[in-house]
Design a protein around this ligand. Sequence first.
Ligand SMILES: Nc1nc2c(ncn2[C@@H]2O[C@H](COP(=O)(O)OP(=O)(O)OP(=O)(O)O)[C@@H](O)[C@H]2O)c(=O)[nH]1
Ligand SMILES: [Mg+2]
Length: 363
Amino acid sequence: MLSCGIVGLPLCGKSTVFNVITRAGAEVKPYAGGRTDPNRAVVSVPDARFDRLVSIYAPRKETPASVEFVDLAGLSQGASRGAGLGNAFLSFVENADALVHVVRAFANGEVPHPLDGIDPLRDWQAVEMELIFRDLAVIENRMGRLAAKKKLQPAEEQERLLLEKCQAHLMEERPLRDLELAADEKTLLRGFAFVTLKPELVVVNADDSQTGEGVPGLADLERLGRERGFEVIKVYGAMEMEMAELSPEDQTAFMADLAIDEPGRERLIAAAYRLLGLISFFTVGPDEVRAWTLRDGGTAVDAAGTIHSDLARGFIRAEIVSYDDFAAQDGSKAKLREKGLLRLEGKECPVRDGDIIEIRFNV
Ligand SMILES: Nc1nc2c(ncn2[C@@H]2O[C@H](COP(=O)(O)OP(=O)(O)OP(=O)(O)O)[C@@H](O)[C@H]2O)c(=O)[nH]1
Ligand SMILES: [Mg+2]
């Protein structure tokens, strides 16, 4: 299963945001330090389409899509040089498939700030720089080894040139995810587990007393996000963590009181799923309605293999209907067939988010 690592400076509200997302009840405390082993939890991805399919089929079993979230210890400034948890922390980051970067906007006299005063843009930059330094250190290490060789093989020479290109980009304080790379270059870089190559979502953690324009740094980060292509989501961490523990009815009342239209939890999970480059396809029937996870760009035979390797091996055809067509015909196969909306596709047919699929196979 793919995982999102929650990163940020100490005491910015990472565990709070983790609890908002997962309802896992991780320890939240007003002082830094202590545990280094991360909190982990798997969450179902909220999906209105899935809920509708369940109501159409009333299946014996329902299985929504899921993603894992990992709550890491705080990243100290200087971590790439070993400060704080330093390298131990950075090795957790290496194992995540995507990063949820929490920055603190909330003011709270009880909770010290590791840098001086509330400044989300500065905090965001501080963590970005640590991640950039860490990737630079990995490159320097490898380049050092290559430089020590008498003669480079052509593949090594190609690697050296690519690393130089990455290094120059990082030196301009830009993450590798912003660097344009060819498919074979991406493959070459995979083994390095570069942390700035991972997709990233920025979460601004505000206090519920900070409404509208009152969230410091939010507008700046949003502007930067538009320029650089990252998503910024505002949450009221402490309040939403409390809210996550209420019944659905109480939550609705609570949100109405505070004039919040959508809980941060659902927005965060949906955004993380997109960030990971994932789509869902569905299998339906009276036994089970299930959402399966596929990498965006996956094909019919990839979908078959996700369900079971036998289905990929014995693949004949996939019967595919888009969710919108399916819902518009109330899930009636007869109507879908009559209107020609039920497609029979071969192995290489691309799967789109929301497709409902039945695999015909023979083993
Ligand atoms: N007022 C307010 N306090 C918050 C908010 N979010 C977190 N806090 C408080 O800030 C403190 C730290 O929160 P955590 O979620 O433990 O922060 P963390 O980033 O996980 O901390 P470390 O893991 O120690 O780096 C706790 O005392 C929280 O109650 C918020 O949105 N508003
Ligand atoms: Mg924590």
